[in-house]
Design a protein around this ligand. Structure first.
Ligand code: PFF
Ligand code: NA
Length: 451
């Protein structure tokens, strides 16, 4: 990097091109795909949500991934400093820094509840390993999950374990062993999902699940569903929170942003749809409620693990891999705040990680209490968990993502952007159409409609 460092240091790059893509896929694929996507589909009534979601990924998510990486790569710093510097260089308002600040704040808020769900996965790893699922029926599976939710001490324990793992990994630095592990463990997660899809085919409800997921009943569509689909597209691709800006800041000039973004979007979508195809056959075969909410994956898959031969091993492997996938996402959620503290305070990497991690952990306690002791504490009519989730997914992420795409499409020198993207004239026209009009107008239209 030839950039003047000034008071702010310019940091290292990824170990390799592959390392970057692996880390980005690691950030994208996580609880959002396996825990959140299926229950949101269920709460929104099925295929209409799925199709809108897919359109949001392709038309809005994809260009915004590219925009965030492009910003990060140009700035080479934390998202806040990057936005300040790029705005100044291009003669734009300092207020663009709000984008970095809003994103970093969103990542912090998300991690607080994400870690609670990561804790559920750790708890279920233990249940799987101790044989709790064997021969379990739907009532027992529901009771097991509700028992966990009702027990604040248990939730706190597993939330703390998950957060400690996250802090440990982040404190050790970006690349290395995690890259190698991700390359093996992500595909392994895909394979287990495939096995569970195979199990779904034996339940007799596979057809019902497939049509639920892919044959739209457009009467189910309303502005709330569209906003949920848009918000989830941001959440699942790790967009609008400075994470991809932060990851892009470690990026060298040699990578093709468009191709890398396509890889991330496709991997993420395949895992989400795979999770849907694994879970909904079990939902319908057992007469469960698709709209049951955040517990959906935790009350369905144990039924399958409890029935099939080798289910114990499979269950252990599944929850271990889910925890791993969640960790590669949670470390990316902690990264922006750590980068900011590291570059702005004398704390150093480890100190910054511990401070940011403990703050997140503390907020997570409020989130986990909203399932029990504090279930009556409502802010704007929502409990704390729902508030954190909705405030970020439906508001902060789309807004910050919109800012990123508008900044790249309208505030940077066009020719330099074309070069950064490595596009010819025709390709760049298409990019401009998406980045200047389709994506921003799409986000604004959804917002407008749901107000
Ligand atoms: N994309 C992750 C998932 O789908 O689980 C969650 C996530 C990670 C959201 C990183 C935001 C983020 F910055
Ligand atoms: Na995801």
């Amino acid at each position: 990097a030839t950039m003047a460092a000034g008071a702010v240091k310019v940091h290292d790059h990824w170990s390799s091109r592959m390392g970057f893509i692996i880390a980005a896929v690691g950030s994208a694929v996580g609880l959002g795909n396996i825990w959140k996507f299926p229950y949101m589909v269920g709460q929104s009534g099925g295929a209409a949500f799925v199709l809108v979601y897919l359109a949001c990924i392709a038309l809005i998510g994809l260009p915004i991934i590219v925009a965030e990486w492009l910003i990060g790569r140009r700035g080479q710093k934390n998202p806040v400093n990057t936005m300040v510097e790029l705005a100044k260089k291009n003669g734009r308002s300092r207020n663009w820094a709000l984008l970095g600040i809003g994103g970093t704040l969103a990542a912090f808020l998300i991690l607080s509840f994400y870690s609670v769900i990561g804790g559920w996965a750790v708890s279920y790893l233990v249940e799987a390993g101790t044989g709790s699922f064997s021969g379990i029926d739907k009532d027992a599976a529901g009771a097991l999950f509700n028992g966990l939710l009702a027990d604040p001490a248990k939730l706190l324990l597993w939330h703390s374990v998950f957060m400690a793992l996250t802090i440990g990994v982040v404190a050790m630095g970006v690349s290395g062993g995690l890259e190698r592990a991700t390359k093996i463990l992500m595909p392994a997660l895909g394979v287990i999902l495939l096995i569970m899809v195979g199990y779904g085919m034996t339940t007799g409800s596979f057809g019902a699940a497939a049509s639920y997921l892919f044959t739209p009943d457009w009467s189910k569509l309303n502005s709330g569903v569209v906003l949920a689909a848009l918000g989830h597209a941001f959440f699942t691709l790790s967009l609008g929170m400075g994470v991809m800006i932060a990851y892009g800041s470690y990026l060298g000039q040699d990578i093709n942003l468009l191709r890398a973004a396509r890889t991330v979007a496709i991997s993420d979508t395949v895992i989400a749809l795979g999770a849907g195809m694994a879970i909904f056959p079990i939902v319908f075969a057992n007469g469960l409620d698709p709209a049951a909410g955040p517990g959906l994956v935790f009350v369905t898959l144990p039924l399958a693990f409890g029935k099939i031969s080798g289910g114990l091993i499979l269950g252990v492997m599944f929850f271990a891999l889910l925890i791993f996938a969640a960790l590669t996402s949670s470390i990316s959620l902690l990264e922006p705040a750590v980068e900011l503290l590291e570059e702005r305070t004398p704390l150093g990497r480890v100190g910054a990680t511990v401070v940011a991690g403990l703050a997140t952990w503390a907020l997570g306690i409020a989130a986990l209490l909203s399932f029990n002791e504090w279930s009556n504490v409502l802010i704007f009519g929502q409990n704390i968990f729902d508030l954190l989730d909705k405030l970020t997914s439906k508001f902060m992420l789309p807004l910050c993502g919109l800012g990123a795409i508008v900044f790249v499409a309208w505030c940077l020198d066009r020719e330099s952007v074309r070069k950064d993207l490595g596009l010819g004239t025709t390709g760049f026209r298409l990019w401009n159409l998406l980045a200047r009009y389709v994506a921003p107008i799409g986000v604004l239209a959804v917002f407008w409609n749901s107000l």
